[in-house]
Design a protein around this ligand. Structure first.
Ligand code: SAM
Length: 243
């Protein structure tokens, strides 16, 4: 299943470096977003996760520029402790859009015991499994995003099979193994409406810097009716071409 090498050193992931979103906030952000990110600065610093501020800000800006009606939700695959949801949820709230955040909350392969991104403090002592749900709920509460973020605790492919509608925006940041990433792509990308946006995290053109799956998804999207609109760190955002 894994495309990441079992060797942890082959899967460098982006972890937040506090403070460096401030320049972007000052220079490029709409007022509501700058205000909200500034207000949530400490929460962003304290939240466990894999989203550096410049990429989180880029993610927020990309949803801000989504031109599709707010009746169409944004969907994120991979909630973890809610770091990316702070950025996306803030914009969704302003737009009157829902952010549906999907995660089984048992961690990806690389979060399990023995892997590079394992955090032993997140193992439920009773089940013995990773459990990030309570952290996600806490983050959404503290960010005051409860009315805008729908928390779905489910396998992403299984939930896609019962989710019937179109979506305006998709952020893929779930399992980074090849099979899982492909499943997320196949089950969710067809739901993106024309002119809707697809964001993919951890896209590393240089294999020495990270796993292959997100990069291959990025290539696949570009070959199948998407055009790139933004690159920020390892974040890539593409727009589905009009029909
Ligand atoms: C890289 S983390 C997400 C990081 C998060 N976006 C952030 O900003 O910190 C990947 C998440 O995907 C979830 N995940 C992995 N495979 C999944 C699947 N098949 N269905 C649902 N969630 C899955 C894991 O539980 C994990 O929380």
């Amino acid at each position: 299943m894994a495309l990441h090498s079992k060797s942890p050193s082959n899967s460098k992931r982006s972890v937040g470096s506090p403070g460096d979103f401030r320049n972007m906030v000052d220079r490029e952000l709409p007022h509501y977003l700058a205000l909200s990110l500034s207000r949530n600065k400490e929460l962003i610093r304290a939240t466990k996760g894999f989203m550096p501020p410049d990429e989180g800000t880029g993610l927020a800006l990309s949803l801000h520029h989504c031109e599709l009606p707010n009746l169409l939700p944004a969907v994120e695959i991979g909630s973890y402790a809610g770091l990316s949801a702070i950025y996306l949820g803030t914009v969704a709230k302003e737009q009157g859009r829902l952010l549906i955040s999907v995660d089984h909350h048992h961690g990806s392969e690389e979060n399990q015991l023995g892997w590079e991104y394992h955090d032993a403090s997140l193992v439920d002592p009773v089940s013995g499994k990773m459990d990030t749900l309570y952290l996600f709920r806490r983050t959404i509460e503290l960010a005051e995003l409860g009315d805008s973020v729908v928390t779905v605790v489910a396998d992403s492919e299984r939930f896609a099979s019962v989710y019937p509608g179109e979506i305006a925006f998709l952020f893929i940041d779930g399992g980074h193994g090849m099979d899982q990433a492909q499943n997320d792509f196949e089950s969710w990308v067809p739901k993106i409406a024309p002119r809707g946006l697809l964001a993919i995290h951890d896209v590393f053109p240089d294999p020495a810097l990270g796993g292959r799956a997100p990069f291959l998804l990025h290539q696949k999207a570009l070959a199948n009716g998407f055009s790139e609109t933004m690159a920020q760190g390892s974040l890539r955002v593409m727009r589905r071409d009009p029909e």
